[in-house]
Structures are given as C-alpha cells and as structure tokens.
Design a protein around this ligand. Structure first.
Ligand SMILES: [Zn+2]
Length: 407
C-alpha cells in the first residue's frame, strides 16, 4: 500500500532532498460512518528535486484506495462552479477547440459549461461514485485511469482525437506524470494542446499552505518545474497565469510546437528565480515557518477552548491535516455542506461532521475555519452567527462576528 520514492517522478533524478516532514496522518478521504480513531496513518515527507525543481511527497499510496470512493463533489461549492464556468470561457477564447477531454472530470463541473458552448466534451475519472454523478447528468464520462495502460481503451471510446486535454487539480494526483503526458500526446489532434490547473508552488510558499501537502498531492509545481517536465515530453509552454483557485493555482497552456511564450509566462518564470523557488534553502525555510504556524495555532486554540466549545468549518483535506498535525482533538464537530461527508466522522478521529443547518442550531463559541481559503465567503453565509471566527493561514487571524461587536 505504501511505496517509498527514491527517484524523482518527473525527471528520474536521485538528487532528491527532504525539506519537510509531518507525523503520520490518516488519508484525508478516510471518512468513517462510526467514530474511529485507529485508522491507518502514514508519514508525509516533502522532497525537493534539485534537478527539475519539482516538490513531491515521498510516500505513494495505492490510488484505488485514495480515489475509488471519493468524497469531493466539486459542484457543491458555489465558488468552484463559477471558477469552472470562467475556465470554460477561457478555453473557448484561447484555444477554441471542437473537442475536449478532461482528466479528473469529477461531477461534470467543467464538462457541463463546455457542452453548453457546443464543444464536444469528454471526461475520465478514477472515482466510480463521482463519475456516476456526472453520468446521471447525461455527460460523456468514463470511469477509468488516464494513462499509458488505458490509452487504447480511451482512444476507442472518444473515437476521434481531441483538440484539448485538460486537468484541473488532478494532474498532481498522478504518480506517473510522464506517462500522463505521453498518453496526452497520443490522444491529441495535430495542433492539439494541453492545459493544466495545478496548485502553485509559489502560493504554497507564500501562504504557507503546508495543509495541502497530503497523500493525494504527489507533486507541487512551479512554472519552472512544469516547463522542465513538459519539454521532456515534447510539450512547450505557450501561456501561464496565476489564479485564485485553492489559494493560488497555476493555469498553463502548452502545445507541441515550440514558440514564443506570452509575457505573463515569462514574468512568472523570472519571479520564480528571483523569489528562490528553485532553491532548496527556500523550502527549508518554508518548513520552519510552517512548523511555527502549527504550534501557534495549537496554542491559540487551546486558549480559545477554555472560553467555550470550538467547531471547525470545512471537512476538507486541510481540516484533517490540522486536526492531526496540531492535535486538535478537542474540536466538537466539523461543518461541511457536502452531503457525501455530513453524518460521517473525520478521518482517524471521533469528531463528527455536521451540516450547516446543525451549525445554526448548535453554534459554538468559536469557529476554526479549516477551509480558510473560503474564509470571507463562509462568514458571509452565516450572518446569524455570533462568536469568534478563526483562520489559521496565511497568518493566524481571529475576529468576532460584527453583530457581537455592538454593545
Ligand atoms: Zn526531478
């Protein structure tokens, strides 16, 4: 179930350096129906590749265990629905494809707006339960892993080569990024392109997002590391930009013909060099700052817990990371809007997950917003709440709800 990595997944170099490690943590998708504190936990070690500059985690968990039954249904998050409508418009404007294949199509959140624009949209996803949701919407989806071993089957299914292959936040789930790009090349039409949205290593560093370094996210890219990986596989960066998704993502467009990069892409590459994202020392410093953020948050929450019960908001991977890395086992419950999560327990804990309506019925004294990247949006959804809102990152922040401040 757990394989350790000794050479880089992207460039096969053994020039890997450990920069950060966390104590064993359960898989963030291991929600249980019963309170269960003894689920299996796995260490997390972040490595920096001196050769291609990618960050990756050493531990490789069997992907069937990670993704077969997936509890993240994108369309339950309003801001993601808007994001993917915008992304579909971006695709239409920059690429104008007749057909698109999305890898990791989840519940069809991108396929739906693409189809509405008249684009033939196909989606593959490794999670059977989430693919079934997309299928029920009448979308062209297939429950299959995207990779060399399934290339013939996918090719037979889509029948004609596609003009664009895209993946939003699923590319780093793949333990064989070179195999992914080889497969993409075979399935693309002449002049076909690839676009990826990945969590951005620059935002990871800037916002101290150690809480996204969990077993599902095998690699974290800068534009420099993606450029190295793409060129190794015959793709060339055309354009890149930074978006707000997941507190900072990189959106990249690449083609099979080498040409000039946009100014935006060139600027990002220059900034990465200037900020030291390509240097090991930067990531060692990131690790120190992250460890300090974990300690500070734990101390503050222990103080807050003396004043009254604390609930967390957002049963995302970040919440599991905080609960286990900072030992927040005193949290009373976690609020989450996804029907796939409410009624379960947080991985490896006896902390139940409740729906937002329960939060209104039994408001805690303070709310630890584990989904801190949606901090203002979550506060906006609960004008009725009177108490303290807490965000752990990018810097620890605590604020009373406005109504409470009035005498
Ligand atoms: Zn490498």
């Amino acid at each position: 179930m757990l394989d350790d990595l000794f050479t880089c997944r992207c460039c096969e170099s053994d020039d890997l350096h450990e920069v950060f490690s966390l104590p064993p943590i359960p898989l963030v998708g291991a929600f249980t129906k019963e309170s269960k504190v003894d689920v299996e936990k796995f260490p997390i070690t972040l490595l920096f590749c001196q050769s291609c500059k990618v960050l990756q985690i050493r531990e490789n968990i069997d992907e069937q265990i990670l993704f077969n039954q997936y509890s993240f249904s994108s369309s339950t998050i309003n801001s993601l629905v808007t994001h993917f409508e915008d992304y579909a418009a971006w695709i239409k404007k920059l690429v104008n494809p007749k057909s698109v294949l999305e890898v990791g199509s989840n519940d069809g959140i991108l396929l739906l707006p693409l189809q509405k624009m008249g684009i033939r949209a196909f989606g593959v996803d490794i999670s059977s339960n989430i693919t079934a949701i997309a299928g029920a919407k009448g979308l062209n989806v297939k429950n299959i892993k995207f990779g060399v071993q399934n290339q013939t089957e996918i090719s037979g299914w889509i029948r004609e080569k596609v003009d664009l292959i895209t993946a939003s936040n699923t590319f780093p789930h793949n333990d064989d990024p070179n195999g992914f790009l080889k497969t993409a090349r075979m399935l693309l039409s002449d002049g076909g392109k690839i676009s990826l949205e990945v969590m951005y290593a620059g935002s990871l560093e800037e916002n101290l997002q150690w809480d996204t370094i969990y077993h599902e996210h095998l690699h974290f890219h800068s534009l420099t590391s993606l450029k190295n990986l793409f060129e190794r596989n015959g793709f060339y960066i055309e354009h890149a930009e930074i978006t707000n998704m997941h507190a900072g993502s990189l959106r990249v467009l690449a083609s099979r013909v080498e040409g000039a990069m946009t100014e935006s892409a060139q600027k990002i590459l220059g900034t990465e060099e200037h900020r030291g994202l390509n240097r090991k020392a930067t990531w060692i410093e990131f690790a120190k700052r992250s460890s300090s953020a974990i300690s500070i948050c734990r101390e503050k929450l222990i103080e807050q817990n003396l004043l009254g019960p604390i609930a967390a908001y957002g049963a995302s991977g970040r919440a599991t990371m905080w609960i286990h890395a900072a030992n927040l086992d005193f949290i009373q419950y976690v609020v989450d809007a996804s029907p796939l999560r409410a009624g379960h327990y947080m991985p490896g804990s006896d902390i139940p997950i409740q729906s937002p309506s329960y939060f209104k019925e039994a408001p805690p004294s303070a709310v630890f917003v584990s989904a801190w990247n949606y901090f203002d949006g979550i506060i906006g959804q609960h004008p009725e709440y009177q108490g303290t809102w807490i965000a752990p990152l990018p810097v620890y922040l605590q604020k009373k709800s406005e109504k409470n401040e009035k005498p």
